[in-house]
Write a protein that binds this ligand. Structure first.
Ligand SMILES: [Zn+2]
Length: 86
């Protein structure tokens, strides 16, 4: 099962009930690679519009220049990304 399906099972209110959510959470927590994928999917890219809407303080233009490179400019003032992998 891929990470998008797992996240869908965890976040939708009408997807199989508590037992399905428990199984999805256990599956996620057992796999470090899935955890990293979940973080990448759930925390928007530094400086992006959706990240800024969540309080991101990272630079916009510097991160637009780096799009697709996998590297980011993260400011220590950002409550969303500081000490977290994007
Ligand atoms: Zn940020």
């Amino acid at each position: 099962m891929d990470i998008d399906k797992l996240i869908e099972q965890l976040l939708t209110t009408d997807y199989g009930g508590v037992e399905v959510k428990r199984q999805a959470l256990v599956r996620l927590l057992q796999d470090p690679e899935l955890i990293q994928q979940a973080l990448r999917n759930l925390v928007p890219r530094p400086g992006s519009t959706s990240a800024r809407a969540m309080g991101c303080q990272c630079p916009i233009l510097d991160n637009q220049d780096r799009e697709g490179t996998g590297t980011y400019v993260i400011t220590s003032q950002c409550p969303l990304h500081w000490h977290k992998k994007p």
